[in-house]
Design a protein around this ligand. Structure first.
Ligand code: SF4
Length: 264
């Protein structure tokens, strides 16, 4: 995933996974003097939640001596997630998490480019990845299913290669590491994280894992076997979004599509 000359942008939210990832990458970086680390934090604008996360993220960066850049939905998109969530529910029947995921993915690419990163590291763990696989199967979204991979790279200028170094580590082990290393992280959950499909899938997978240990690993391994077969079917050429200029599979990227529907 990494080369000795990378400038790695770490998506740092203030939660345990990204705080642990930053900690681990800082340790690895010590052995590679040409590698540079920079934390990028996205402020979605979630009242009563994100402010604390940003404070903790800032403290972690200070402690580890890592530079941090903060990018907000408000600045990038003119709206906070709280503002968008209300309108999107009425107009588009979209959940806050769906909008948040789409806008954050784009924000991370924009931010990674702005800080001159060669790689964008996110802290998706085994639980996140196995949940995403099941959700994509439930939605019948083959294209997204094929894209659940540890490293997403596209030979397209403006697309920053994404890596997920923790994608085979169970969430409980990441949490254990964070506690053992006395890493500070935000313990409260996002107020929007209720009654979503992901929360049901999470619960189901956790139950299955207790009864049939290894279930989450097996889901990942299954997709590793299936992915080469899907690739040919879903391979698409990237283009630049005609509104924002970001890499997109369609003429207008999903984020601009949603924003223009909300604003008009
Ligand atoms: S729970 Fe949903 S709304 Fe909250 S940060 Fe995560 S994706 Fe965004």
């Amino acid at each position: 995933m990494l080369s000795p000359y990378d400038r790695i942008a770490v998506a740092l939210s203030g939660g345990k996974d990204s705080a642990a990832l930053l900690h681990i990458l800082t340790k690895i970086e010590e052995r590679f003097p040409r590698v540079e680390l920079i934390a990028i934090t996205i402020d979605e604008g979630i009242r009563g939640y994100r402010r604390e996360a940003i404070r903790i993220a800032r403290e972690n960066c200070k402690k580890l001596g890592v530079e941090q850049s903060i990018f907000s939905f408000k600045k990038l998109y003119n709206h906070t997630l709280d503002e968008l969530a209300k309108i999107a529910k009425e107009k588009l029947q979209l959940t806050p998490c769906s909008i948040c995921g789409i806008l954050r993915r784009k924000a991370l690419n924009v931010a990674a480019k702005e800080v001159g990163a060669t790689k964008l590291a996110t802290a998706h763990n085994l639980d996140d990845e196995s949940q995403t696989i099941l959700i994509n199967i439930i939605h019948g979204d083959i294209w997204k299913l094929a894209r659940v991979e540890p490293m997403i790279t596209r030979p397209f200028p403006g697309f920053i290669t994404r890596i997920k170094p923790l994608c085979r580590i169970p969430e409980s082990e990441v949490a254990f590491y964070a506690y053992l290393q006395r890493i500070k992280f935000q313990e409260s959950s996002c107020p929007y994280m209720r009654d979503t499909l992901r929360s049901h899938v999470r619960l189901t997978l956790n139950r299955l894992e207790v009864r049939y240990p290894g279930t989450k690993f097996k889901i990942i391994r299954s997709i590793e076997k299936i992915r080469p077969l899907l690739k040919g079917l879903v391979e698409v050429e990237l283009k630049y979004c005609k509104i924002c200029g970001e890499p997109s599979i369609k003429g207008t990227c999903r984020a601009c599509e949603i924003l223009s529907k909300i604003e008009n």
